[in-house]
Design a protein around this ligand. Structure first.
Ligand code: ADP
Length: 265
C-alpha cells in the first residue's frame, strides 16, 4: 500500500494547526503498472515475429538466395507470422473498442441461434482441417436477447475457434443453447450458450486467469495455432457489457465447457 499525505495549514480565530489528509495511491499505482505491463506485452508480441521475419529476409538475400526449397519454407513462415500480427492488431483494436463501450448498454434484438449458425459456417473449414465436427443443439429460434449482434458474434467466434484449436483432432465440439435459465444475480430470465470441446482440459490453477490479456496456458501451442492471447479478454469485456456472465468448467483429459449467460431483458 502507498499513501500520499496532503498537509494544509489551518488558522481559525482561536485555533492554529494543520489538516493532514492521507490519500491511498495504490489503485493508481496498480493501474499504471497494468498499463506498463500491457505495453511491454504488446511490444514483445509484435517484436518476436518481426525479428524472425527480418532474420528470414536476411537469409533469403544471402546464404539461401539460390535455394528454392528454403525460399518456399521461409516465405510460408513469414506469411503465417504476418497473418498472426495482423490478427493481433485486429484484436487490440477490438479490445480497445469494447473497453471504451463497456458502460453503454446495447439494445438491438439479437437472434442467438442465427448468430451461432453464422459463426459455425464461417469456422467450418477451420474445423474440417482438424477433423473436428461441430454439433449444434437446442436451436431455439425464438432465443433472442438484447445486445450488439456484431459483438456477440465475436464472442461465439472466439469461443468456438478456441474449442476447435484446443480440442483434440477428429473430435467433436458441441454448441448448446438452453432457454429459461434463471440466474438470481441477473434478476430474471437468461439464456445460456455452452460451447464444449473434447480437448485436454485446463488445470484449475489457470482458470481464474484465462481472461487476462495475453495469459496463455501453453504459449508455444497458442502461437503455433495462430493465437493472440487476447480472445478471452475480449469475450469477458463483451459479456460484461451485456450484463452477462462467463463460466468456465474443465476436466483434465476430458475437455472444457465455456458458458455464456446472457440476460433476456
Ligand atoms: P489464444 O489466442 O492464445 O487462444 P485466448 O485468450 O483465446 O488466447 O485464450 C487464452 C488461453 O486459454 C489459451 O492460450 C489457452 O491456453 C487457453 N484456452 C482457451 N480456450 C481453451 C480451450 N477450449 N481448451 C483449452 N485451453 C483453452
Amino acid at each position: 500500500m502507498s499513501f500520499r499525505a496532503h498537509v494544509t495549514p489551518l488558522s481559525l480565530s482561536d485555533f492554529k494547526g494543520v489538516l493532514v489528509c492521507f490519500e491511498d495511491e495504490t489503485p493508481l499505482q496498480e493501474a499504471g503498472q497494468m498499463r506498463r505491463d500491457f505495453v511491454a506485452n504488446v511490444s514483445h508480441e509484435l517484436r518476436t515475429p518481426l525479428t524472425a521475419m527480418m532474420g528470414f529476409i536476411e537469409t533469403l538475400r544471402g546464404p539461401a538466395r539460390d535455394d528454392a526449397g528454403a525460399r518456399d519454407r521461409f516465405l510460408g513462415i513469414m506469411d503465417r507470422e504476418a497473418h498472426r500480427m495482423n490478427r493481433l492488431v485486429g484484436d487490440l483494436l477490438s479490445l480497445s473498442r469494447v473497453e471504451s463501450e463497456e458502460r453503454m448498454r446495447p439494445t438491438e434484438a439479437v437472434d442467438i441461434a442465427g448468430s451461432l449458425r453464422a459463426c459455425i459456417s464461417t469456422l467450418r473449414p477451420q474445423a474440417e482441417a482438424r477433423g473436428v465436427t461441430i454439433r449444434m443443439e437446442g436451436c431455439d429460434d425464438s432465443a433472442v436477447v438484447p445486445g450488439d449482434s456484431h459483438q456477440l458474434v465475436q464472442v461465439f467466434t472466439n469461443l468456438i475457434e478456441n474449442a476447435i484449436k484446443y480440442g483434440r483432432k477428429d473430435s467433436e465440439v458441441s454448441v448448446c443453447i438452453t432457454n429459461h435459465v434463471l440466474e438470481p444475480t441477473l434478476r430474471g430470465a437468461a439464456l445460456r450458450i455452452d460451447i464444449a470441446d473434447q480437448g485436454e482440459g485446463i488445470s484449475p490453477v489457470h482458470i481464474p486467469r484465462l481472461t487476462e490479456r495475453f495469459y496463455r496456458v501453453d504459449s508455444h501451442r497458442s502461437r503455433e495455432m495462430g493465437g493472440t492471447g487476447l480472445g478471452l479478454a475480449i469475450v469477458k469485456h463483451i459479456v460484461s457489457r451485456h450484463r452477462g456472465r462467463l463460466r468456465i468448467e474443465s476436466h483434465a483429459g476430458q475437455g472444457s465447457c465455456f458458458s455464456v449467460i446472457l440476460p433476456k431483458e
